[in-house]
Ligand binder design. Sequence first.
Ligand code: KG4
Ligand code: ZN
Length: 371
Amino acid sequence: MLVLGIESSCDDTAVAIVEDGRRVRSSIVSNQANLHAKYGGIVPEVACRAHYETIVPLIHQALEEAGANLGQIDGIAATNRPGLVGSLYVGLSAAKALAWALKKPLAAVDHIEAHIYANYMVHENIEFPHVSVVVSGGHTDIFMSETPVKHTLITRTLDDAAGECFDKVAALLGIGYPGGPAVQMASLGGNRDAINFPRGDGGPDGTQISFSGLKTAVLNDLKKRGFVVEASRNSGRALRPGTPDPRMFGETRTLNVRLPLSDIAASFQEAACDIIVRATLASTRRARTRGVVLAGGVAANKRLREKMADACDANKKMAFFHPPAELCTDNAVMIAGMGFHLLRLGRADPLTVDVMPNKEERQLKASIGTT
Ligand code: KG4
Ligand code: ZN
């Protein structure tokens, strides 16, 4: 079965063609980072227009690279939740048009569930139930996963998402966006024990997640070392979670050229990873599960993978899985894979299916679990 997947929930337009839920025939990701850079964050209208201009050429390119034509597509999948409303509409509308014209079934996919699903596409030996840790630019959620489509929330961040924290700290350090890869790169050769940044205490059972104390500690440390934080002239613009917010930090510039940037980056990365690993282990205790699945853009972080693997190994050799880096950050392969799974279960959506952009709607869904 050949499924064409479309992802457009934020600032990546992606199209993929996947055979039988596993074999990737083509995968294209078009990133808009350059378009938004001059605004200091994602501008929803700009994102929406860029998706609109890119989506049809990308579909053609994905078909060509897969050596397939539209007549051979058996199903269409697209992200319809959560994300930016206009961006979601572009991808979902393109998917609906294809499904209608080709008379093929449509699956509307949850972006967060799809991040987790990326693991099932590449690992055959994942046992249920397990804990799923989704760490991305917009989310830091830990679920108990009973099936590939049944995830019940255990805990989520009280403030920033993990990727958002990496992005904001990278903005403070002036090392670029997206911040995760920039921090990872800047950490190379740094001393991760140089600064003992706060990790919080994880709350009564260790599942509590918060990154705002860590972010503030980095800011204070930089001030102490001669970084200047000025009031920003940027105001009133809508920014995506996970995007450095100049209204919060102002503009930063380095006054002390001998600042041990790699030490600060490595120490921050170590603390951020410790917060995620602690909440993960506590969640496995609470859910009484013996497996961990890591997903989302921050799952591409090498130090996080290393620390999570060590922690799971030390915990009576608990199983640990993560996707390859290209399936951690936003992509349409995971959407096609999840779509294949839903269509095989007979869970196609009607062409009236709508987008569901909000976190509130997701929270409601999380509290009742998916079926
Ligand atoms: O899953 P994703 O592509 O988009 C969302 O659904 O949000 O995640 C993007 C986030 C960004 O915040 C980015 O900085 C972070 O993932 N990220 C990383 C790494 N690669 C991407 N964070 C830490 N280390 C990385 N290597
Ligand atoms: Zn994502």
